[in-house]
Design a protein around this ligand. Sequence first.
Ligand SMILES: C[S@@+](CC[C@H](N)C(=O)[O-])C[C@H]1O[C@@H](n2cnc3c(N)ncnc32)[C@H](O)[C@@H]1O
Length: 421
Amino acid sequence: MVQPSARRIALAALRRWREEKRFADSIISGLLAKADLTYPDRAFALQLFYGVLRNLTLLDFWIGCLRSSQVEHSLRDLLRLGLYQLFFLETAQHAAVYETVELASRRQRAVTNAVLRTAARQREDLLRRAVAQPLSVRASHPQFLVARWQQRFGGKNAEELCRWNNLPPSIYGRINRLKISSKEFLQLYPEAKPVARNSDLVEFDALPAPKAFGALNRGHCYIQDPSTVIACQVLEPKPSEKILDACAAPGGKTAYIALRMKNKGTIVACDRDAERLAILKDNMVRLGIDIVRSVRHDWTRGRIPEEIASVAPFDRILVDAPCSNTGVMRRRVDVRWRFRPGDLTRMPDEQFQITRCAVSLLKPGGVLVYSTCSLETEENEQVVTRMLDQFPQMRLSRQEFCLPFRDHFDGAFAARLVNPD
Ligand SMILES: C[S@@+](CC[C@H](N)C(=O)[O-])C[C@H]1O[C@@H](n2cnc3c(N)ncnc32)[C@H](O)[C@@H]1O
């Protein structure tokens, strides 16, 4: 039997991703769960798989430079993997070529060897040709997205955004002060580095490093990008209030809201996805939060369930809407390849529908925060404008953006709408 190795797992993941059109995270975590790899090998498999997905267009550009004839899919996967090691990793050239050829079928060995050796020989020329390509090729992003961002943010920021999306994401944890103080946390987990702008947040070098893993299991922290706390800050939840978290799973924001409420009051955490709600429930138990009632509900279908209606009206409502995720492309590596221009019509309609439904549950004087991790106006300001058109009595009192190229965290948007008394 062929032993699993990081490279073999990465290749299998690339093939499945191409053939099955499933989420990249689910494919690689499924394969890793079945493989008996050491921690560094798991990390290497992830680096290879995500690295290839991040640089797909550029790797294919080079394949086109190196081979004029048609390249079948399975050979392309191999060449992408080999070229990624040659051009993006510190892997020694002979190892990158040898190990990739080892993964090839007998039929593909000679051509894999020849293409990768030529690539190594022509390295400087291939790099020079890459620099001359448009941003969508150089930085491997769909042309329509690059064009949107260039128009909206300017050429320099669009370039910086694409560069940011291609970096491996930093790993941040939010200290769960319901269980441990920031000071104790930093003493217990000295590998965690404080984040300058927010004393609730720390940065880890890597996960799952054994100690950081311990911090998660004991509910001492929750893995969460600093941008995700903005919506909760804009919501300003207070102890003893009644809060509706309309799109809550897996519960990162629910948990932070509960912390700000000092675990006093009521949070109704709603989501349409049963599996994700189960994760939310586990998360609340681990984090020691007991004010959350989870309810499964799809805001676009049927009547509002009794478990929600009976708690209404709410002091505050968070609608952390499903979105295109263009602000978190650094973490959700395959988002750029799944995204279609039509999503920017479909998603805003759904976002508006969910928010409109939630508003009916807000008390007079109550606050509704609409948030996304999208950078696109259609999903952010335009949804808010539509809400204000439909509910002219509501007032927009605050709007926050987190832009990766400016703020150096994931992208996020939050708007605070206030109901009149
Ligand atoms: C951005 S995620 C929420 C993340 C969550 N707030 C957190 O901080 O962990 C959006 C969530 O909305 C849920 N969702 C999507 N459409 C929905 C709908 N029509 N009704 C209820 N939930 C929905 C998805 O299942 C997903 O869990």
